[in-house]
Design a protein. Sequence first.
Length: 293
Amino acid sequence: MRAFHNASKAALVVAAAALVLTGCATDAGGGDSSERPDGVPAAGESRHIDEILERGTIRVGVLAEFPWLVLDKEGTDNYRGPSWTLANHYADALGVELEVVPVSNDTKVPLVQQGGVDITIGPLNETDERRKVIDFVTYSQSSACLYGLKTNPRVAAVETVADLEAASEMNIAYYVGQPFGPWLAEDFPNAEIRSVQGSGSDAPIEELLSGRADLVPADAAKAPKLAGEYGDIVSVPRNCAESNLMPTPVGHGVSKDDPVFRDFLTAIAEEHADEVRQVELDLVAEFMSALDS
């Protein structure tokens, strides 16, 4: 009887140890795939997804940029816009919360490469240079306009792109980290092109106000916002809605070393494409209405 009792105790110890080892193996693999939300890749298939599920948050790099990601004026940390809408769908699909990480024009790409964020949702123009170092989840498209002060005689004389191409002694400034440099140099060889430091997300308007620059580039969709904030702003071409300058896909930035993660997010973006596009249109319409009131 004592032998049976001891044997039973030994069997229980072995069984308990097996359960512990099984649990450790499951944890080491990034969690039991059976406990994951439907549609989420299995443990071990995506390093980023495993880390996100273990952490319970998805770290998103944010940099407000109209009309894709807008910070409410109430001074809270509440963002809105198509980029934010899509990011929330990512979080919902993974069953986690969004963890906001502020980024700048200088850091929004490097932080993706270095693992400081899982995704940069501060909108990124998908340039060839950026595609070499990160992958993208595309959800929108941008074109460019050039903005100046109507009180500047050189700017007042330039209404069309053809006018600008022919103009001389035009100074154009853009932020370091923005993708405009190569395009500006190629399309406007007669202009002086400068990159300047700054943390702003739209355009280096201070270069215009100080007289150091005649024009600055920014996305065409920012025309109503800039016009509302700076009454003397004028654009080239005059109607930014019709601009076909530098047409570029806009997306979220993700690491190149995890195609399963990229494809998972891309499928979510495609599923919600109509909703995301409508959020963008509504936000532009809201700003236009505010200007007219």
